[in-house]
Ligand binder design. Structure first.
Ligand SMILES: *[C@@H]1O[C@H](CO)[C@@H](O)[C@H](O)[C@H]1NC(C)=O
Ligand SMILES: *[C@@H]1O[C@H](CO)[C@@H](O)[C@H](O)[C@H]1NC(C)=O
Length: 268
């Protein structure tokens, strides 16, 4: 079942895909909500976080490879006890393309201030220690993280990427998708008619038009371009419960630059 989180008058829907999706669209023309299928492995730090159910693994969330043995994802993706695995080099969840590396998770570090019942407080971030270091190659690369404290301007160009549902209540995408989601600055995002006081300045808002993240995209990156390189500025966190792409309810991300110190402490 989907998890609804009530806060004040607004309800938000966290973005983990919690229900196993045994079948996927093989050749759908649908894309994330909006956006398009990504060129395979063009976001080479994007990982698929999967949980074990019986003898199968199911995609639940995205994440970013930040060191050969570490993945950054959302706290709400991993705050239940499961057997996890991470897939790097993935593009099509349903077919083995020979570029994938599968690695188990030896330890989960959830931000100590995370509270599933108060998602609007923020802290929706976690680190996964991988049981083995992955091999870097053309399909698997480390994410660039922003400098601590960096905040992007309104309309800064960014892309979300993920295998999340392609419409509100729809199916996961077999192939990794991307959508252009320009930054919505905190002043705008926290104004009435937008997210109001449900967003903090430790979050990044992006989108708010017809394209958005949706269930299954959580934990994955908001990839933002600065001087010709992409930096992972956000960890996909939540959308409106009414619709993934509700107008003036941009997709909300954990602001990575607010947690650089926390992450460095853990990874040593
Ligand atoms: C989701 O996938 C199932 C199984 O392939 C299909 O029957 C259903 O119509 C799909 N739903 C949507 C909204 O595309
Ligand atoms: C949300 O996405 C659906 C499917 O792509 C689209 O039909 C709808 O117009 C979008 N909603 C908004 C507010 O843009």
């Amino acid at each position: 079942m989907l998890k609804f989180v009530l806060l004040a008058a607004l309800s938000v829907l966290v973005l983990a895909e919690e229900e196993p999706q045994p079948r996927y669209l093989e050749d759908s023309l649908e894309r994330v909500v909006g956006g398009e299928v990504a060129r395979p492995n063009s976001w080479p730090w994007q990982i698929s976080l999967q949980f074990q159910s019986g003898s199968n693994y199911h995609h639940t969330c995205g994440g970013s490879l930040i060191r050969r043995g570490w993945v950054m994802t959302a706290a709400h993706c991993v705050d239940s006890q499961r057997t996890w695995r991470v897939v790097v080099g993935e593009h099509n969840l349903n077919s083995n393309e020979g570029r994938e590396q599968y690695v188990s998770v030896s330890r989960v570090y959830i931000h100590p201030n995370w509270n599933r019942n108060q998602i609007s407080n923020g802290y929706d971030i976690a680190l996964l220690r991988l049981s083995n270091e992955v091999t870097l190659n053309n399909y698997v690369q480390l994410a660039n993280l922003p400098p601590s404290g960096q905040v992007l301007n309104h309309n800064h160009p960014c892309y979300i990427s993920g295998w999340g549902r392609t419409t509100t209540g729809g199916n996961l995408s077999a192939q990794l998708k991307q959508a252009y989601l320009p930054v919505v600055d905190h002043n705008t995002c926290s104004s009435s008619g937008w997210w109001g006081n449900s967003v903090r300045n430790t979050m990044v808002c992006a989108g708010g038009g017809k394209d958005s993240g949706c269930q299954g995209d959580s934990g994955g990156p908001l990839n933002c371009q600065l001087s010709g390189r992409y930096y992972v500025h956000g960890v996909t966190s939540f959308v409106s419960a009414r619709a993934c792409n509700e107008s003036r309810k941009p997709t909300v991300f954990t602001r990575v630059s607010a947690y650089i110190g926390w992450m460095e402490n853990i990874m040593g």
